[in-house]
Design a protein around this ligand. Structure first.
Ligand code: F0G
Length: 344
């Protein structure tokens, strides 16, 4: 049978109310891409779960199909979220698909171009907050407590239900859980969802390496960060809503949450791209964490099956590439100029 999306495929495993409809863009079913060069380098079987191949370009679509399907089924007419960009684009797409109004609050000037464009294109009312993601999240929590507007951030439990499906898919492909799962951590909904998914699916449990950006690492520091900063704007978050659960996932899995520098994130992004997988900076944090830990002898990769979750597509944040890679040379439109440049 042709693929019909996550709710169709996994509804029996998802704790969704009976009124939940099925608003789908055929999200999920993303590839688990083998990475032969990285595997050789680290003496392991390394795979990338490429979540950038979801309909709006990030893993958020997994949770959003569930949250919007539930919201519209209960009669909601307007949904709202705070976002560093990807949730905004996803909420906008699924809300429009369902015929709902969507409002997204984003931190002014800190959302990558591809995400902002997506949110606008899909029809969200985009509001820039003169503050951080954390400020935006407090505002949407308040308005959804006081009005009938539905919240679709990952505080919404149905988001977590939908996002569990990525763990199911990994187990289906590998026929068991991997030894390690490495992924970025921002608001901590995704790490919470993966852990819940692996526990429920009963195909074994991975150790979980959650990775924050050093300038936005409340879970590593052990306290909120008032002015989070990082080039990986997707995870520029100082007060993760599901921080406790993220720490629990790391601890229960015998894993940990660590921080990596922006330079390490950009370097991991280049390494992934050099093996054909272009992801946005935050999405490279999982690999950056693996590389950093293995370099200091804290992560024995040898003989392990490792899944690195790449949460969003490189196209989301194109400007980071023109800033940090070499820009294309310009030549006159003639053959001599071309030949002298390529030096064949
Ligand atoms: N990677 C990407 C590309 C993201 O967009 C996010 C979160 C994360 C990782 C972290 O996931 O929050 O579940 O720990 N983006 C949210 C947003 C905050 O608004 O799009 P998390």
């Amino acid at each position: 049978m042709t693929y019909q999306g996550l709710i169709h495929r996994y509804r029996h495993l998802l704790d969704l109310p009976a009124h939940t409809l099925n608003i789908s863009l055929l999200e999920g079913n993303t590839p688990l891409i083998p990475m032969p060069r990285l595997s050789t380098e680290f003496g392991c079987d390394l795979f990338v779960k490429f979540e950038g191949l979801n309909p709006t370009g990030s893993f958020k679509d997994r949770g959003m199909t569930a949250a919007i399907s539930e919201a519209v089924g209960r009669g909601a007419q307007t949904v709202i979220c705070a976002s560093t960009g990807n949730t905004a684009a996803s909420a906008a797409a699924y809300a429009s698909r369902a015929g709902l109004r969507s409002i997204v609050l984003i931190p002014e000037g800190k959302v990558a171009a591809g995400k902002l464009a997506g949110a606008i294109a899909y029809g969200a009312e985009v509001i820039q907050i003169q503050g951080s993601f954390d400020d935006a999240l407090s505002l949407v929590v308040e308005i959804t407590q006081k009005t009938s507007i539905a919240l679709v951030n990952s505080i919404n439990p149905y988001r977590v239900e939908g996002q569990k499906t990525a763990a199911f898919e990994i187990c289906d492909v590998l026929e068991s859980a991997p030894d390690w799962l490495c992924l970025p951590v921002g608001n901590a909904g995704n790490i919470t969802s993966y852990w819940a998914g692996f526990k429920q699916y009963q195909k074994g449990l991975p150790r979980v390496l959650g990775v924050q950006a050093a300038g936005s690492a409340p879970l590593v520091l052990g306290h909120p960060v008032d002015k989070p900063e990082t080039i990986a704007t997707a995870i520029r978050i100082g007060r993760p809503a599901r921080g406790e659960q993220a720490l629990e996932a790391a601890q229960q899995s015998n894993g940990r949450i660590i921080a990596v520098s922006d330079a390490e994130i950009l370097s991991a992004q280049k390494i992934l791209a050099s093996e054909g997988v272009w992801v946005e900076p935050a999405s490279a944090a999982g690999l950056a964490g693996l590389i950093a830990e293995s370099a200091i002898g804290k992560f024995d990769t040898r003989g392990k099956k490792i899944v690195v979750v790449c949460t969003g597509h490189g196209l989301k944040d194109p400007s980071i590439i023109t800033e940090s890679f070499t820009s294309p040379k310009i030549i006159p439109a003639n053959y001599e100029a071309l030949l002298s440049l390529v030096g064949a």
